[in-house]
Ligand binder design. Structure first.
Ligand SMILES: NC(=O)c1ccc[n+]([C@@H]2O[C@H](COP(=O)([O-])OP(=O)(O)OC[C@H]3O[C@@H](n4cnc5c(N)ncnc54)[C@H](OP(=O)(O)O)[C@@H]3O)[C@@H](O)[C@H]2O)c1
Length: 273
C-alpha cells in the first residue's frame, strides 16, 4: 500500500479504526475521520506511534451536516493531490429519531446523504488514481430496502428501520455509481464485517447485545475484508460485488434492482446538489 492514499469515514473507533491501523501498517497514507478533532488526532497519533508510519493525519466533521462536510472535504482536497481508497464506514444507531443540521433524519443523513456527497466531491481524485476504490462497510444486503415515499421516516420511526433505510439507500446509490464508473478506473464494492464487538453494536437492542456478547469478534477481525478490498492488487477493476470473509457472495433484493439504484442516485443528487 506504499504510495496509496486512504480515507476512512468513522475511523476513530471500531472497525474503521482497526482498518486504519492495518492499512497504515501496510504503508498507506491514511486519514482518520470522526466528529471530534481532538479525538481523531489522538487516534492518528496512536496509529503513527504503533506502526512507525508518519503519513497518518486526521480530519473532523459531522457527516450528517452537508454544509460542514462540504467545507471539510474542500480542506482535504486542498491538502491531498489524489485519493486511492475511500471507505464509507461511519454509521450510527439512534434509539430516538434525531434531525441533522439540514433537517433530515440523522441515520439517513449520515449513512446515505453524507456518504453520497463525500463520494461526489472525491470522485475526480479517485479517477485520478487510476485504481480508485470505494469500499462500503455494510450488513447482509438481501433484506435492505428503501422507503422513497418517507425518506426521513416521519411517518414511522424505528432505529433498525433507520439503519435499513440509510444503508439500503447508500448501497443502491453507490451501486449506481459503480455502473457509471465502469471502465473509468473507479470501483465500488461492499462487505459484511461479521458480528463485531463495537460501540455501535452495544447501543442496539438486547438481542443484538446478547449475540455480541456470545460471538462478537475483535474490530481487527471485522476490518480484515475491508483491508483486503483496499489492498488486493487482483481486485483492480472488480466492481459492484459483495464480500464476506474475503469471498464474493451473490446478493439479491431491492438493492440489486436497477430502478432502485437509479432512483437512490437521483435522490442523492437532488438533495446534495
Ligand atoms: N459492529 C458490527 O457488528 C457491524 C456489523 C455490520 C455492519 N457494521 C457497520 O460497520 C460500520 C462501522 O461500525 P462499528 O461497529 O465499527 O461502529 P463504531 O465503533 O460505533 O464506530 C462508528 C464510527 O462512525 C463515526 N461516526 C458516527 N457518526 C458520525 C458522523 N455523523 N460523522 C462522522 N463520523 C461519525 C464514529 O466517530 P465519532 O463517534 O468519533 O465521531 C466512529 O468512528 C457501520 O457502518 C456499521 O453499521 C457493523
Amino acid at each position: 500500500m506504499k504510495g496509496k492514499q486512504v480515507f476512512i469515514t468513522g475511523s476513530t473507533q471500531g472497525i474503521g479504526r482497526a482498518a486504519a491501523m492495518e492499512l497504515a501498517r501496510l504503508g498507506a497514507s491514511v486519514t482518520v475521520h470522526g466528529r471530534d478533532a481532538a479525538r481523531a488526532e489522538s487516534i492518528a497519533a496512536e496509529i503513527r506511534q504503533a506502526t512507525g508510519n508518519p503519513s497518518v493525519d486526521s480530519i473532523a466533521f459531522d457527516l450528517s451536516s452537508l454544509k460542514e462536510l462540504r467545507a471539510a472535504a474542500q480542506r482535504y482536497l486542498d491538502g491531498h493531490a489524489r485519493l486511492d481508497v475511500l471507505c464509507l464506514n461511519a454509521g450510527v444507531f439512534l434509539g430516538k429519531r434525531e434531525l441533522s443540521a439540514e433537517g433530515h433524519e440523522k441515520t439517513v443523513a449520515t449513512r446515505f446523504l453524507g456518504h453520497f456527497l463525500l463520494t461526489q466531491l472525491f470522485l475526480p481524485s479517485l479517477k485520478a488514481s487510476g485504481d480508485g476504490r470505494i469500499i462500503i462497510t455494510a450488513a447482509p444486503p438481501n433484506g435492505m430496502k428503501a422507503n422513497f415515499e418517507d425518506l426521513d421516516l416521519e411517518k414511522s420511526y424505528g432505529a433498525i428501520k433507520a439503519v435499513t433505510q440509510g444503508m439500503g439507500l447508500l448501497l443502491m446509490a453507490q451501486l449506481e455509481i459503480a455502473e457509471k464508473m465502469r471502465g473509468q478506473g473507479v470501483t465500488v464494492n461492499f462487505l459484511h464485517p461479521g458480528v463485531i464487538d463495537t460501540k455501535l453494536l452495544s447501543q442496539m437492542p438486547w438481542i443484538f447485545r446478547k449475540i455480541q456478547a456470545l460471538v462478537g469478534g475483535f474490530p481487527a477481525k471485522g476490518a480484515d475484508t475491508l483491508v483486503y478490498l483496499a489492498s488486493e492488487p487482483s481486485l483492480k477493476g472488480s466492481t459492484g460485488q459483495f464480500f464476506i470473509k474475503r469471498k464474493p457472495k451473490p446478493y439479491a433484493g431491492a438493492i440489486s434492482q436497477r430502478d432502485n439504484q437509479q432512483r437512490a442516485y437521483e435522490l442523492g443528487l437532488k438533495i446534495t446538489a
